[in-house]
Structure formats: C-alpha cells, structure tokens
Design a binder for this molecule. Structure first.
Ligand code: HAM
Length: 419
C-alpha cells in the first residue's frame, strides 16, 4: 500500500532533535516565568472574525494565509495564525482585566499560516509569546523586550540583534500616513505596488527590491513625525533598555505584518537564519482591546519563533538540552534478571533517575551497544551469577570502570556516580 506523507511545510520533531526543541521552548518560557507571566492555554481555533477584526483584513496573514473552514454548525472557524487576538479575547471574556493590572500572560503553542514553505517558514510553527495588558508604562515595554532577550540568551544565542522603532499612535500616525502616501504618489511605482500603497503605505517601506529601496531613500519616516507623547514614551523605553544593558539598534523602516501595532515595535533578527531572519517580534497594541469589544486598555507583547530559535541554535553550533535519552541503561541477562531489573528501574525512576533498559533477551554485546547509543552515563549489568549473589554490576560508561554492588545499595551507588 502507498505510504501516507505528513502535511507539506510542517516539521516533525523526533528524538534527538525533539529534545533540543523542548529545551529551546523551555528557556523561552522560563524567562517569562521568572518575570511573573502566568501560563495561559487557549484553543487552537477561534471564530474567524476574531482575526479579521483583531489582526486586520488588509494584512497578508488574514487575506492570504489563514486556514479557515466552516464547521458542522455552519460557523466560520480559523486555525489561529497568531496568539495576541486570542489572548485578548480570553482576557475580555473572563474579566481578567477587572483585577490587578497589568495582566501578564505567557503562552506556548502551535500557530498556522498557509505560507509558501521554505527554510524556517512553516505552515504550522511554534511560538512562545507573552502579553502584558493594562499599562502603558514605558518600563513595561522595556521589560517585555528584555525578557525575550533573556530567553534567547538562556539558550546561549549571541548572534542576533534587537531592532526597535516606534509606530506612533492614533494622534500622529494618520498625518504621517498621509505624508508618506503623497510621497509615494510622486514616485514612478508599478501598479501592484501602488495598490499596496493605497491599502497600507507603510508596507511599501518593506519592499525588498533594490530599485524600490532606492526610490525610498528620502521617504518620510514615522520616527521623525512622532507626536510629543509618543516621542517621550519612546525616549523613556530606550532609557530603560540602556539602563538594563539590553542592546538594540533603531530600524525606523521596520514593518510588522499585523495591523494592531502602535508605538514601540521590535524584532529579534538573526542573520544566520537566511531569508526568514525574524526570530521573534512584537510591540504595543493600544487599540486592540477596544477593537475587540473590551475596555480601552493598552497592551504590549511578543511572539518568539521556537522553530527559528532552534535553527539559530543550530547555526551557532550550540548544545541545547541534554543529548542523552537516559542516564542509566539496564542490561539484564536472562529472565530472572529481567524481572529484577524491572523492579530496580522502577526504584531508580521513583528516585528521579532517567532509566531505560534492553528488552527481548538480547546478548551482552548488542545490549551494551544500545547502552552506549542511548547516551547513558551508567550501565547496570545483571547476570544470573550477579543475581544469585544479590548484586549488580555498575559500569561507568565514560571511564569504563565497573564494580559489583549489592542490589540493596545499587540506587545509592548509581546516584553517587551521576552526581
Ligand atoms: P509575528 O512577527 O507574526 O508576530 O510572529 C512572531 C514570530 O513567529 C516570528 O518572528 C517568527 O519567529 C515566528 N513565525 C511567524 N511565522 C512563521 C512561520 N510561517 N514559520 C515559522 N516561524 C514563524 C506575531 O505573531 C504577534 N502575535 C506577536 C505579538 C505578540 N505581538 C504582540 N504580542
């Protein structure tokens, strides 16, 4: 029969790479946990309207990349393409915004975008994200940026930069948008680009074609047209980042792919990733909650790409997580030994030691080979003679030294070797 393949553009993670994936995710969640963000688990599908209203109909994410279907109750459902809109929906629905502010949440999970697959761009990918809702204190912006930086640093990553800008707010962006629009109107742009400019002129700034970039050399930039409030806010964000020693570069041409951003926006960019160099990104979204029917509260957050952080760790040649499947590998010789070893493995696992063992009455040579490839530090070899003596051979797989230990003392002997 023909075999069935996995969906296109979706990575499978299996050992040993899955252990690296898990460690990367753990570091990113850990950094948020240390800063007081509480875990939120949300559905992977929501009503389509949440994203059309929240993320914006003119964005590529909503107009071209959503997995949308009609469910059995004739409702339009979408697999979540991002996490912020869902978090906002849940905060409003459960009245989390009626308690102490800011509400600080962290999530880790799968997101879905029907993009053209390429290296680092998948149709199902994993993000660790945080959202802090209900404060526009610039110190919070700096905290969010710093927590992402701590997560990547905990993995050991060094070869990325933090890009930062401010997109202004409802007071200053409309006037800037008009200014940019009239600047673009005066350029010899092709019709599709002109159409893009009409939909959202800011997005043209992100055009990758050199001939277009050349035309844009003198384009007006939002950062030079911030209102006094936004300029002061942005200056304070930078003051706190400087005090924290978080390095960043200004990129006033940064264009984020989602419509809800206001004021502070940022990206973690890793050049080692090639074309898909965005390892994470985020920003403030001061109008989103009201747009979704909640109070007019401001918020800020980010989404960090776990898949891409893992690729970046590969590019930097980092060891992440443990490569060993277990710490101890049991090698029983014979049926009685197999039973005794099952009991011993249970005791070791209860003591917190990671144990695997060989099965099916394999010979010593084959079983020892498995012990080596498992990455275990210690082998427990149990033959009939050992059993008769009430002992087990404890072998240090690194030094090659081994000794016979009474079964009753074996758990302690193993833990001593591992310590
Ligand atoms: P985003 O920039 O669309 O932001 O995605 C954040 C990160 O998710 C990207 O920097 C990238 O690492 C990863 N990512 C996105 N698409 C893909 C893909 N197709 N394949 C692999 N990785 C991908 C957001 O999603 C916002 N919700 C972030 C945010 C939270 N802003 C405020 N709060």
């Amino acid at each position: 029969m023909a075999h069935i393949e996995g969906p296109k553009g979706v990575p499978d993670y299996y050992p040993p790479v899955s252990r690296r994936f898990d460690a990367v995710r753990g570091h990113l969640v850990g950094a948020a946990d240390r800063a007081g963000y509480g875990l939120i688990e949300l559905p992977m599908f929501e009503s389509t309207e949440l994203f059309t209203r929240g993320v914006g109909e003119s964005t590529d994410v909503v107009s071209k990349e959503m997995y949308t279907f009609t469910d059995r109750g004739d409702r339009s459902i979408t697999l979540r393409p991002e996490g912020t809109a869902g978090v906002m929906r849940a905060v409003i629905e459960h009245g989390m915004d009626r308690g102490a502010l800011p509400v600080k949440l962290v999530y880790s999970g799968e997101f879905f975008r029907a993009e053209r697959p390429q290296a680092g761009r998948y149709r199902q990918f994993h993000q660790v994200g945080i959202e802090a809702i209900g404060s526009d204190d610039p110190a919070l912006d700096a905290e969010v940026i710093a927590v992402g930086h701590e997560g990547f640093s905990a993995i050991g990553l060094t070869g990325y930069r933090i890009e930062l800008t401010s997109l202004g707010d409802a007071a200053c962006r409309p006037a800037y948008r008009e200014l940019l629009q009239s600047f673009l109107d005066g350029l010899p742009l092709d019709e599709p680009t002109r159409e893009r400019a009409r939909l959202n002129p800011l997005r043209v700034l992100d055009d990758k074609r050199p001939q277009v970039q050349e035309l844009l050399t003198d384009a007006p930039l939002m950062i030079d047209h911030l209102c006094a409030d936004c300029a002061a806010h942005f200056a304070q964000v930078r003051t706190v980042l400087d005090a924290l020693g978080v390095p960043y570069v200004l990129n006033p041409r940064m264009v984020r792919g989602l419509d809800y951003y206001t004021r502070t926006t940022f990206e973690y960019v890793h050049p080692g990733l090639g074309a898909q160099s965005g390892m994470g990104g985020g920003g403030r979204y001061d109008g989103l909650m009201a747009e979704l029917g909640g109070q007019a509260l401001s918020g800020i957050g980010y989404g960090l790409g776990v898949d891409r952080a893992l690729l970046a760790a590969d590019a930097e040649g980092l060891e992440v997580g443990t490569t060993a499947r277990c710490e101890v590998y049991g090698v029983p010789m014979g049926e009685a030994a197999s039973l005794e070893l099952a009991v011993l493995a249970g005791k070791l696992r209860a003591a917190g030691v990671r144990v695997d063992r060989s099965y099916g009455g394999r010979g010593l040579k084959a079983a020892m080979k498995s012990a080596d490839s498992s990455g275990a530090r210690v082998a427990l070899i149990l033959g009939d003679r050992d059993l008769a003596e009430g002992a087990v051979v404890v072998r240090d797989l690194v030094s090659g030294e081994q000794r016979s230990v009474p079964l009753a003392e074996s758990v302690d002997a193993v833990r001593e070797l591992l310590a």
